[in-house]
Design a protein around this ligand. Sequence first.
Ligand code: NI
Length: 136
Amino acid sequence: MVYITRKAEFCASHRLHNPKLSDDRNRALYGPCNNPNGHGHNYTLEVTVRGIPDPQTGMVMNLQELNRLINREIIDRVDHKNLNIDVDFLWGVIPTAENIVMCFWQLLEKALPPFCALHEVRLWENEHNMAFYRGS
Ligand code: NI
């Protein structure tokens, strides 16, 4: 089994706020990420798939094809968007890196060709904070 990773970047804004909690509690919980009018992040996404390299091509999956798939399923839908409002698959989700990465997993898993498997999705919110998901 061989693992390959494709990296992509996008910029988006969000606000972390749980309407079931008080404003004070939200401020204490999320700090600057609870700013009423939102704020932005430069996100980095890393998608790792695994498979057995095809003997003819030497590839688990063509990285250009993986790039197209990531752009179509994720980047085109989130880049320069407000994650609380503009992105239908995040409606009703508090857009923490943890929650976003799980939603990305669902979309990518459905879109991958049958000869390889999604192994890991990593989402860097900035250079210090990252969440990864392996499907369970
Ligand atoms: Ni934030």
